[in-house]
Design a protein. Structure first.
Length: 204
């Protein structure tokens, strides 16, 4: 069983995966059965009405608050527009080629159904990131503390690839550091984070 952000996920006797608990409450159903795992791209995509208009290809100051969608792979190499609240769905892979700073009071939530890759020169990424694939952080070229990666917000994936190397500085510093920032979720759209409950009538 693994737990993340108040949710615990496990595998039933039938090989099914799902959420066993949420908000400190156990949600297992019956003998060996568990509720459906809803922390996926398709689940959150359905919560915003499954948009089909392709209106996102990069960050930038021209973006207004709202929900954006891309039907292609996306490369992000522009600054986050401070003061904005953005929800982005990418029906593909995402590559982050520059630092992303999300100031207090702003929000960036990004969902991808393929891998999210963070380039070797990137040292600071902030926001909420969820992918059905892998979050891959490329190995840095400067093998000192200057190559440390710092992630702030939340990062959710099926797997992670964390190859950063600080060489002798590994003795005193973590090559990758992740810090949870609840303000990014609080400032986003509440409908995305509604409590997950499945009700089922059972025979007495």
């Amino acid at each position: 069983m693994t737990c993340f952000l108040g949710y615990c996920t496990g595998q039933s006797a039938y090989g099914q995966f799902g959420d066993i608990s949420y908000d400190g409450k156990w949600g297992a159903e019956g003998a060996g059965a568990v509720t459906q795992d809803k922390r996926s791209y398709s689940y959150f995509y359905s919560l915003v009405g499954a948009p089909t208009t392709d209106n996102f290809n990069n960050l930038g100051n021209n973006l207004a608050d709202g929900v954006y969608y891309s039907n292609n792979d996306v490369t992000i190499d522009q600054n986050f527009p401070a003061g904005k609240k953005l929800v982005i769905f990418v029906n593909g892979a995402v590559r982050i080629n520059s630092n992303i700073i999300v100031p207090t009071g702003s929000s960036l939530v990004l969902f991808a159904n393929k891998d999210i890759t963070i380039a070797q020169n990137v040292t600071d990424v902030q926001g909420f990131y969820l992918t059905d694939g892998m979050i891959k952080i490329e190995k840095n070229t400067v093998l000192t503390a200057l190559g440390q990666f710092r992630g702030e917000g939340a990062f959710v994936a099926n797997s992670f690839d964390l190859p950063r190397d600080l060489n002798v500085d590994n003795r005193n510093k973590a090559a990758e550091t992740f810090i949870y920032r609840p303000d990014i979720l609080v400032n986003s759209y509440p409908s995305l984070w509604r409590t997950m409950r499945n009700w089922q009538e059972v025979s007495p």
